[in-house]
Each structure stands twice: as structure tokens, then as C-alpha cells.
Design a protein around this ligand. Structure first.
Ligand SMILES: [Zn+2]
Length: 367
């Protein structure tokens, strides 16, 4: 089995993580070695270090047309109880749109994010933000929830436990998170949402079906969550039917990251290609990264999807959601990086020019 997609040579991956600008050449090699020509960089901000968004802006500035930026929010003001001021969330979105970002990334909805900042997405804090996103029509790649076994100490996989992704009765519960999201979707029916990791509904396709029926602007990405492949492989015919029926709602993703090794990158992308394209029965290869778990964990059964379905999943849907190509306004991106660097300095004491945001700003200015 060739690790490349044998059926598409212009793949757009919605879900890739970029680190600092020093990862540039590795990520370009990953793109080449996996055959994934274009990537959406999901840029979660860490306000105290200034990391997350600047690296993604850097890649879009340097390689227009190849990288798309889905910008995450900066919650410094909220996290410091107002000590470090930041623009409102709605103002941040307006800036992202003006700079030329392609969409938004949200992690607000993963239980770990809730442990850090216990503000539900239905809170007044987010109200103007949701209205602005709906109005601008920017797609949101949104991580909500986690696999249900993460709440069960008997069933949580070792790789998840090691990352402290195990939750208990004192954490937010899975149905609570879904209910909050349903409320946001009901208030903002125009929101274009791509729920990451199949919205963790891969074990319950009828429920996913109902969600799609109720919300015409809701989509799922395919970034593993390896449990998604195992769950759907329980009944590959049902999976295939679901994918064909909802071909316009499913978006390819890998969760590759910019410092991943090349064998791991090939294994990660190859698993998803093989699952979508072939009728093979296979396991995760031994060289796969830690987050995919060991080969013993389960069997994946390929769905052999038709070409027209693959072409939507491999890029057509995301292109439709993103719309016309957005050019990055580099001076405006530099200003945004400087603002992020100043916030990081205020939060951490590290001089702004030494933060990742500060370094990206300097590099982009000297181009
Ligand atoms: Zn991710």
C-alpha cells in the first residue's frame, strides 16, 4: 500500500498544527512527503507565551495559497481578571478577518480548556463574538468534547491519561458541552462550523445524522481521534453510506503537527487515506505516533469511497466554506504579532522581542 493518496493530488487538510517559525522547513517536507499540498493551520493561542497564532501567520505570509490560517482567540484579559487588557473577542475576530485569516479555531469546548477557563460558550463573554463570526461568515474549526472513555478511568487509553486528558465527576460533562453548543447553534443558525474529530459522535452515527439534519451549516473534520476509525470500522457499510449521504459535510483532516517526524507523518496521513480510499482491513502501523496508540488497539476497515465523494472531502467542502482566497496583509499581521508579544510579556515577564510572536514579527518585517 502506497502511503500517499492514490486518488487525489490536490488535498487540502483542514487540521494541522504549526509551532514556531523554525518548524517551517519540516512542515514543508511533511506536506511533500504525505502528498498533502495544502494545509489549514489551526492556531490555538497561548497568551502567556505568545505562541500559537504567529507561526501560522508566518507560514501564510511565506507560502501564499499553500497555508490557510484558522485563528484562535486570546483570553489574556479574562485569564488575568483584567490585569492584562486585550481587545474584545469580537474585535479580535474583526482583526483576523482584516488581516486575511481564513477562519477561526476554537478549543473552547475541550474539557481541558474548560479547566483553565471555566466560561461556557453560552456566556455573555462570547455573545458579541458569536454575532460577529456569524455576520462575517468565517468558518470555525471547533474542538468540542473528547471521546467518552476519557471520563472513565477504566477505559481511558494510556496515551490520553499521560496527557492528563482524563476527566472525573468534577469536570464538565460530555452532554453538558453538547447542550451548550446546541444553544449557540440555535442562536446563530448562520454559523459555519466544522467540528473537529467528527464531534466525537463516531460511535453514534444516527445522532450525527440528526445533528446534520437540524443544522445545515454543521460539518465534521476527520482528524483522528483514532477511536473514530475504530468505531466506524465496526460497521463499514453503515459508515460508507453515511459518508456518501453527507459527502458535503465531511472535511479531511489529519492533526499533523509541524515538528512531527516524517515516518510518523506518513503513517498518520496514510491511515486516513487508506481508510477512506481502500477496502483494506488493517491496523495502525508500528511507526505511528504515540497519540494513535499501538496496533493492538483495533482493526480499521476501509470504506472505498467513490471519487466524487473523495473530492469533496479532500478539499471541495473546505474551499466552499473558506470562499475566495484571502491574501495576508503582512504589515497588519506584524502588528497583530506585536500586540500578542506585548500581552505575553505582560503575562510572563519575558521581553516581547524574545517571545515567539515577537520573533515572527521581526522576521516578517525584515522580509
Ligand atoms: Zn488538533
Amino acid at each position: 500500500m502506497d502511503l500517499w493518496s492514490s486518488r487525489c493530488n490536490d488535498i487540502l487538510d483542514a487540521h494541522v498544527h504549526m509551532g514556531g517559525p523554525d518548524n517551517e522547513s519540516n512542515l514543508l517536507t511533511v506536506a511533500e512527503t504525505t502528498g498533502i499540498r495544502r494545509m489549514g493551520l489551526v492556531a490555538i493561542q497561548d497568551p502567556a507565551s505568545g505562541e500559537g497564532l504567529p507561526g501560522a501567520l508566518y507560514m501564510k505570509a511565506r507560502h501564499p495559497g499553500q497555508f490557510f490560517v484558522f485563528a484562535g482567540l486570546n483570553h489574556a484579559a479574562r485569564l488575568t481578571e483584567g490585569r492584562v487588557p486585550t481587545p474584545s473577542l469580537a474585535e479580535q475576530v474583526a482583526t483576523f478577518a482584516a488581516i486575511g485569516c481564513d477562519g477561526l479555531k476554537m478549543i473552547e469546548g475541550k474539557p481541558t480548556s474548560r479547566q483553565r477557563m471555566d466560561v461556557p460558550v453560552t456566556d455573555a463573554y462570547f455573545a458579541d463574538y458569536w454575532a460577529a463570526v456569524e455576520e462575517l461568515g468565517l468558518p470555525v474549526i471547533w474542538h468540542v468534547n473528547d471521546p467518552e472513555e476519557f471520563w472513565d478511568p477504566q477505559r481511558i487509553p494510556g496515551w490520553a491519561r499521560e496527557r492528563d486528558w482524563g476527566y472525573g465527576p468534577h469536570d464538565v460533562q460530555k452532554e453538558e458541552l453538547y447542550a451548550e453548543v446546541e444553544e449557540v447553534l440555535a442562536r446563530h443558525p448562520g454559523l459555519k462550523v466544522i467540528f473537529a474529530h467528527f464531534y466525537f459522535l463516531s460511535a453514534d452515527l444516527p445522532r450525527a445524522e440528526r445533528l446534520f439534519a437540524a443544522h445545515p451549516n454543521v460539518h465534521f473534520d476527520l482528524a483522528p481521534g483514532i477511536e473514530m476509525l475504530y468505531n466506524i470500522s465496526q460497521d463499514p457499510d453503515a459508515g460508507r453510506e453515511f459518508f456518501i449521504r453527507h459527502a458535503d459535510r465531511i472535511v479531511f483532516g489529519t492533526d499533523l503537527w509541524s515538528s512531527i517526524s516524517l515516518p510518523e507523518a506518513r503513517a498518520r496521513a496514510g491511515i486516513v487515506f487508506r481508510w477512506l480510499e481502500t477496502e483494506d482491513e488493517f491496523r495502525v502501523p508500528p511507526e505511528a505516533d504515540f497519540l494513535l496508540g499501538p496496533p493492538e488497539d483495533g482493526i480499521i476497515r476501509g470504506m472505498a469511497l467513490p471519487d466524487d465523494v473523495l473530492s469533496l472531502i479532500y478539499g471541495g467542502n473546505l474551499r466552499r466554506l473558506v470562499g475566495d482566497e484571502k491574501r495576508l496583509d503582512v504589515p497588519a499581521a506584524v502588528a497583530e504579532c506585536q500586540r500578542i508579544a506585548a500581552i505575553a510579556e505582560a503575562m510572563s515577564g519575558r521581553p516581547a522581542p524574545e517571545t515567539e510572536a515577537g520573533m515572527v514579527a521581526a522576521r516578517l518585517m525584515s522580509r
